[in-house]
Design a binder for this molecule. Structure first.
Ligand code: NOJ
Length: 757
C-alpha cells in the first residue's frame, strides 16, 4: 500500500532515536507534524463532518469535499464501503497540503452488517465473552468496510424505560454496566489499534445522559455527586480504565453546565482524576446546542467547549468557524487548540493511518468477512442467549416440532423490524423473520399465519416512527377483519404464538414514550385470542422494559426477544422449539405501571420503608399499586428449574487485607440442561451515608446438566465494600454487611458478616 513520502523523513528521525517507547515515538512524530501546520490546519483537524447517511439532528454538513481538500476536516462519519472511504481518504492524502489522513467513524452499535441483538438485549446475556465476541466481529466487519472508529459502547445507566435510548445501553446497574463497558472496549480495540481489524472505541454519552428528566430525550439531568460517583459514573470510568481511545460528551447539562462545555467533567475528572489521555468528541451539534441551553452564542460556546477539554466538534462547525477569532481576541489559548489537535493526530497515529492511510480499505476483506457464515452463526447463538423468558406456565414452552401452531402478530413476518434501532449499516433485507425461522427449525409443524393486528393503528404515530422506513405498516383491512382471521387460525391450532411488541424505532434516539404498554391494536388482538382458551405464547419485541401486567396474568408464556438482529427469526425458533434453553436475565427492572418509574433494585431504604403491598399510610408507597416491579432486575427463567442451597460464608469477619468466600450450591432439578446466572449482592447496613438495599457485586454463569449441581464460590474483599462518601472519597466503612445470592435480585439466600479495620 501507498506510503506517504512526506512523512518518510519524520520516520527516519524517529527510528534514529534509539528505540524510544511507542508513546514517545508518537509524541515526537505528532510534534514534528504540528510544526508544519498552520493554525487553520490545526483547527481543521478538530472538525468532524458527515456527508449524509448518519443524520441525527437538524444540521447536515455541507461542502465536505472542498473542506477536506482545504485541510478543514479531521474526520468523517456516516459513510461505509472500502471504495467510498478510499475515495474520501484520497481527497485528504492527495489533495490537502499536508496530506493528513482522515478518521472514518460510524455508529457500529450492535454489530456492523451482521447485526447482533440491541445492546439492552446483549446485556441480558450477562456473558462477557459473548459480548466481547459481538464487538470483535463488529470491528472485523466495520474495519473491512473501511471504518476505523465506532461510536460505541454507550454505557449510560438508565432507570427510566420511557427513555427510548435504554435500548442502546446495558440497563440500570453500574457493576454489570462496567463489566460490559470493558468487554466492548476490548472487543473493538483488541490489543493493538494499528491492526487492520481493530478500531477506536468511543464511550458515550459522557456523562449521565441516561438520567434525563421524565425520560425525555436530550433533557435536563440533575443529580447529587454521591449518586453520580457511586451509580452513574462507574461504567464510563471502567471503559477509560480498559483503555478506551475516545469519549463522546453528552447533550445534557451537569450542574447546569452542558457536558460538552463542562470543564469539571472533561478536564478535572476525566483527564486529571481518571488519567484519560485520548480524544474527546462532542455529540452531534452538541457544541451549537449550548446556545439553546442558554450559555452563550456560537463563538462563546465553542470557546467554552475547547477550553473545557473538548477536542473534536461533531457536525456543528462552531470550532471551524469561530476558534481562530477567539484566539485572536484572547478568548482561547493557542495551547488549547494545539492540545486538541495533537489528540486527533495521536488517534490517527495509533491506528497506523500515517503509515498506511488505506489500511482499512480492502475489498477482499470486505467480500469475505462481512456477513460471513461464521458471523451469522455467531449472531444466531448470541441472539438466543439474549432472550429472557419472563413466564412459562405449565411448561408450555418449549413447543413440539409437530402439530398445528397459530402464528399471529404484526412482528411475525416483519423483516423490517428484526434488526432493531441503530443498525446503521445493517441491511434489514438480509434478516431472518420469525415465520422463516420457525418453518426452518420445525419443518414438521403445521404453521398457520395471520398478521392479526397492526403494530399501531395510529397513522400519525406511525409516521413519526417510520422515519427510516416503513416499520409500522398499517394494513388496508379493518382491525376487526384482521382479528377475525387470527382467531380463526387460533381455533384450528393447539397453541398460539403471538409475535408482538414495538417497532424497531419505537426505541432508540428521540423515541421517548409516555405509555410503555403494548399499543391498543395489539392488546385488542390478544384479548380476542385469549377468549379462544388456547394457550398463548407471547414473543415480545421491545427496546425497553414494558408494562405487561395484563399479559402476565392472562397469557401462558412470555419470551422477551428484544430485537435480535440479523438472525432473529432463527434464534427465536431455536428457543421456542427447545434447541436452546433460555438463559437471559433482565438488566433492567420491568415496572408494573409506568407511574412507578424509576424502579430499580438498588434503591435506598428511606426513613419510612415500603413494607409490602398491604401496608399503606405513612410509608413510602402508593395507595393504588405495589412498589415492586413486575419482573425484577436479574430475573429470567429457563426450561429447567434451579434450586439454591443455603448460603455459606467461610468467616463472619472481614478485615482490610483478608477475603471472605461465599459459597452456594446450585442444582438443576429439571429434565434438560440449562445455564444459570448466579448473582451476589451486598448491603452495607450502617454507613456515613444511606446505602442501597442491594448492590450487585459479582455474578457467575454456570452450565448444569439435568440433575447436576455445582458449588459457586465468590470471593469478597474490602474493595467490594467501597463507595464514595459525602466528601467523594472512596472508602470502606467498618460495620455490618448483608450478603445475598440468588438467581435474581429478589429471590435470594442471605448471610451476614462484619467488616473491621
Ligand atoms: C447522536 C447520538 O446521540 C450519538 O449517540 C451518535 O453517536 C451520534 N448522533 C452520531 O451518529
Amino acid at each position: 500500500m501507498k506510503k506517504l513520502a512526506i512523512f518518510v523523513s519524520l520516520f527516519l528521525t524517529v527510528t534514529l532515536t534509539a528505540q524510544p517507547p511507542a508513546d514517545s515515538k508518537m509524541k515526537v512524530f505528532v510534534a514534528a507534524l504540528m510544526k508544519k501546520m498552520t493554525i487553520d490546519e490545526k483547527i481543521g483537524q478538530l472538525n468532524l463532518v458527515t456527508p449524509g447517511g448518519a443524520v441525527t439532528g437538524s444540521v447536515v454538513s455541507t461542502d465536505v469535499e472542498a473542506k477536506i481538500k482545504k485541510g478543514e476536516v479531521g474526520g468523517l462519519f456516516g459513510i461505509t464501503g472500502p471504495d467510498r472511504i478510499q475515495q474520501a481518504q484520497k481527497l485528504a492524502v492527495e489533495n490537502s497540503r499536508l496530506k493528513i489522513p482522515l478518521l472514518f467513524g460510524l455508529d457500529v452499535i450492535h454489530g456492523h452488517k451482521t447485526v447482533f441483538p440491541i445492546p439492552i438485549g446483549l446485556s441480558c446475556s450477562w456473558d462477557m465473552d459473548l459480548i466481547e465476541r459481538s464487538a470483535r466481529i463488529a470491528a472485523i466487519e466495520g474495519t473491512a468496510d473501511g471504518l476505523n472508529w465506532t461510536f460505541s459502547p454507550m454505557v449510560d445507566i438508565a432507570r427510566d424505560p420511557r427513555w427510548g435510548r435504554v435500548s442502546e445501553g446495558s440497563g440500570e446497574d453500574p457493576y454489570l454496566g462496567s463489566r460490559i463497558a470493558e468487554a466492548m472496549v476490548k472487543g473493538y480495540q483488541g490489543d493493538d489499534l494499528s491492526k487492520d481489524n481493530t478500531m477506536l472505541a468511543c464511550v458515550k454519552h459522557f456523562a449521565l445522559y441516561g438520567a434525563a428528566e421524565g425520560g425525555r430525550d436530550y433533557n435536563t439531568v440533575d443529580m447529587s455527586r454521591v449518586r453520580m460517583y457511586n451509580e452513574y459514573l462507574p461504567p464510563y470510568k471502567a471503559a477509560v480504565d480498559a483503555g478506551v481511545a475516545t469519549v463522546m460528551s453528552s447533550f445534557n447539562v451537569i450542574d447546569g453546565i452542558p457536558a460538552t462545555g463542562n470543564k469539571w467533567l472533561l478536564t478535572d475528572m476525566l483527564r486529571k482524576q481518571w488519567g484519560f489521555t485520548g480524544l474527546v468528541v462532542s455529540d452531534y451539534t452538541s457544541v451549537n446546542e449550548m446556545t439553546n441551553h442558554g450559555v452563550g452564542d456560537l463563538q462563546k460556546v465553542s470557546g467554552l467547549s475547547l477550553s473545557a477539554g473538548l477536542d473534536m466538534d461533531m457536525v456543528g462547525e462552531g470550532f471551524l468557524t469561530t476558534l481562530k477569532k477567539s484566539l485572536t481576541e484572547g478568548k482561547v489559548t493557542q495551547k488549547a487548540i494545539e492540545d486538541a489537535c495533537a489528540r486527533v493526530l495521536e488517534a490517527k497515529y495509533k491506528l497506523g493511518l500515517f503509515d498506511d492511510p488505506y489500511r482499512y480499505c480492502n475489498e477482499e476483506r470486505a467480500k469475505t468477512q462481512i456477513l460471513s457464515q461464521a458471523h451469522r452463526k455467531a449472531a444466531r447463538e448470541i441472539a438466543a442467549k439474549s432472550f429472557v423468558l419472563l413466564k412459562n406456565e405449565n411448561q408450555i414452552l418449549p413447543l413440539k416440532k409437530t402439530g398445528k401452531i397459530a402464528l399471529v402478530g404484526p412482528l411475525a413476518d416483519s423483516r423490517r423490524n428484526m434488526l432493531g434501532t441503530w443498525s446503521v449499516a445493517g441491511d434489514w433485507q438480509k434478516s431472518v423473520t420469525v415465520i422463516e425461522g420457525m418453518k426452518s427449525v420445525a419443518s414438521g409443524a403445521n404453521i398457520l399465519y395471520a398478521k392479526g393486528a397492526n403494530i399501531s393503528d395510529d397513522s400519525i404515530f406511525a409516521k413519526k416512527v417510520n422515519v427510516f422506513g416503513v416499520e409500522i405498516d398499517i394494513d388496508k383491512r379493518s382491525s376487526e377483519e384482521m382479528i377475525r382471521e387470527a382467531v380463526d387460525i387460533a381455533n384450528q391450532s393447539e397453541v398460539i404464538v403471538a409475535v408482538m411488541g414495538e417497532a424497531a424505532d419505537m426505541t432508540g434516539e428521540a423515541s421517548s414514550m409516555a405509555d410503555i404498554s403494548l399499543p391498543e391494536s395489539q392488546k385488542n388482538l390478544l384479548r380476542a385470542l385469549a377468549k379462544t382458551g388456547k394457550p398463548i405464547v407471547l414473543v415480545l419485541f421491545n427496546g425497553r422494559p414494558m408494562t405487561l401486567k395484563w399479559e402476565n396474568e392472562n397469557l401462558s408464556a412470555i419470551l422477551d426477544v428484544w430485537f435480535g438482529g440479523t438472525e432473529s427469526g432463527n434464534a427465536i425458533a431455536d428457543v421456542l422449539f427447545g434447541d436452546y434453553s433460555p438463559s437471559g436475565k433482565l438488566s433492567m427492572s420491568f415496572p408494573v405501571h409506568v407511574g412507578q418509574i424509576p424502579v430499580y433494585h438498588s434503591q435506598l431504604n428511606t426513613g419510612r420503608p415500603y413494607a409490602g403491598e398491604e401496608s399503606s399510610k405513612f410509608k413510602s408507597n402508593y395507595l393504588d399499586i405495589p412498589n415492586e416491579p413486575l419482573f425484577p432486575f436479574g430475573y429470567g427463567l429457563s426450561y429447567t428449574s434451579f434450586s439454591y442451597s443455603d448460603l455459606k460464608i467461610d468467616k463472619v469477619t472481614l478485615n482490610t487485607t483478608g477475603k471472605i468466600v461465599a459459597s452456594i450450591t446450585v442444582a438443576n432439578n429439571g429434565k434438560v440442561a440449562g445455564q444459570e446466572t448466579v448473582q451476589l449482592y451486598i448491603r452495607d447496613v450502617v454507613g456515613s451515608i444511606s446505602r442501597p438495599m442491594k448492590e450487585l457485586k459479582r455474578f457467575a454463569k454456570v452450565n448444569l446438566n439435568a440433575g447436576e449441581s455445582k458449588t459457586v464460590d465468590f470471593e469478597i474483599t474490602v474493595n467490594d465494600l467501597k463507595f464514595y462518601n459525602s466528601d467523594l472519597k472512596l472508602v470502606a466503612e467498618p460495620g455490618d454487611f448483608k450478603i445475598f445470592v440468588g438467581g435474581n435480585s429478589r429471590d435470594v439466600k442471605e448471610s451476614a458478616f462484619k467488616f473491621v479495620q
